[in-house]
Design a protein around this ligand. Structure first.
Ligand code: CA
Length: 424
């Protein structure tokens, strides 16, 4: 699992593409995330790597035989690492590829970015103990955290069909809800629409049915991470979730950002996976020495809201909260090992959601349900507006980045989605 640092992580490495050397870019030469794009001239999805304010078309650059993301997902971990080294070397200042690769560049603002791959099966986890405890306190004040939480990574199977690319808007969903003072439920637009700050884990290589993936091999099956917003209708959820868990409250829309940041790019930002000493330690199939040493990843995450009136005023939005992925209770390898321990087969392009990533402090909640205390304490915005739940016209933007002394800051880009008025 351990990913050695190499020249691709060298903070001193510069690109011949000047925008990649801008300290503010999410996509310096040390990042090189994979995504898919379309040009106006060509309607097919093609694989690219973000670099500065451009992307490099990998097929045109002669780095892959086709423009299909499946070809990259089919590579084993060492071949993917070799591809990263080739891309990095060719984009480095003074490289012999500069003249040829210039013709393989497209400005990010001139292409359509889509989902990073065709999404297969989608599983959403619940890996933030801070989120689970805050939500649990609202639902069950006497027992916020259920006893299984510290032993088993909790998750459910979701739907891939409604996973939207960043930038897409969707209609406020209708659903069945029941207010506490009513004796019958009614159908109507959700009144408690929420976002969830998550990371999406994109699977590269699968496993055969009946053959679990061990902790030691788990990360080799992962292409990388993207930002993920699991939109949620809390009033629909509250009425429908027992006894089988989330259903229509969750499957009307989720938004995934376009760029998958690879585990190789994230190597400098690994941190130990730790549990408080009083907590149960993971069972042996969810434990390994490398996981304890560096199973967690430090990724700073932010949620931003731009309301319709902010947009009219030319205001870029207000930050609602921050959290860090290192605070998750279960690591990425543990999710892969647990998902397959019964023999369940994963396939290339499957997606895991981490679950809402809330930090330990109350203001670090990754959803409005936490920040507004279940709608009881509206969030006051600087422009005088307030939000308990999302309103039509609201746009939520998730952002993420990694930084550490001695290394170049890398970013995950942006995951953006907007809410339209409900279906009539
Ligand atoms: Ca979720």
């Amino acid at each position: 699992m351990t990913r050695a640092l190499d020249a691709t992580h060298d903070a001193a490495r510069l690109s011949w593409l000047e925008s990649a050397n801008d300290p503010a870019t999410d996509f310096p030469i040390q990042n090189l995330p994979f995504g898919r794009f379309k040009t106006q001239a060509d309607g097919a999805w093609r694989v690219g790597v973000a670099i500065g304010d451009q992307l490099l078309d990998l097929q045109t650059a002669g780095l892959v035989p086709s423009g299909d993301m499946k070809a990259i997902m089919a590579l084993d971990a060492s071949a993917r690492r070799q591809l990263r080294r080739s891309i990095s070397a060719g984009l480095t200042q003074g490289s012999a590829q500069q003249a040829a690769w210039k013709t393989a560049l497209h400005a990010l603002c001139a292409v359509e970015l889509g989902l990073p791959c065709d999404i297969g099966d989608y599983t959403d986890f619940y890996t933030s103990i801070h989120h689970a405890t805050t939500i649990g306190r609202q639902l069950r004040p006497d027992q916020p955290l259920l006893p299984n939480y510290q032993w088993v990574p909790i998750g459910y199977h979701g739907r891939a069909s409604s996973i939207l690319p960043s930038g897409a808007s969707f209609r406020r969903p209708n659903g069945q809800t029941k207010l506490p003072d009513q004796d019958r439920p009614a159908l109507g637009p959700t009144r408690r629409l929420d976002y969830e700050l998550e990371l999406g884990i994109v699977m590269a290589r699968g496993n055969a049915l009946g053959e679990p993936i061990a902790m030691a091999d788990a990360e080799d099956h992962v292409l990388g991470l993207a930002l993920f917003n699991d939109w949620s209708a809390r009033d629909i959820q509250g009425w429908e979730y027992q006894p089988l868990g989330p259903f229509l409250a969750k499957n009307f829309a989720s938004t995934l950002s376009p760029w998958v940041v690879t585990l190789d790019a994230l190597a400098p930002f690994r941190v130990p996976f730790t549990r408080p000493e009083a907590d149960p330690q993971p069972l042996p199939y969810l434990d390994s020495e490398p996981n304890r040493a560096q199973g967690a990843i430090s990724i700073e995450l932010e949620v931003w809201l731009q309301t319709a009136s902010m947009r009219r005023a030319g205001h870029a939005g207000e930050q609602l909260s921050r959290a860090n992925y290192r605070d998750a209770y279960w690591s990425l390898s543990q999710l892969v090992a647990h998902h397959t321990v019964n023999g369940c087969n994963l396939r290339p392009g499957d997606l895991f959601g981490t679950g809402t990533l809330s930090g330990p402090a109350p203001q670090q909640g990754g959803s409005l349900m936490e920040l507004s205390a279940g709608g009881n304490r509206p969030l006051q915005l600087a422009n005088g507006e307030a939000r308990s739940w999302l309103e039509d016209g609201d746009c939520i933007m998730l952002r993420g980045f990694c930084q550490r002394d001695g290394f170049r800051r890398i970013g995950l880009g942006e995951c953006r989605g907007s809410i339209l008025a409900p279906l009539p």
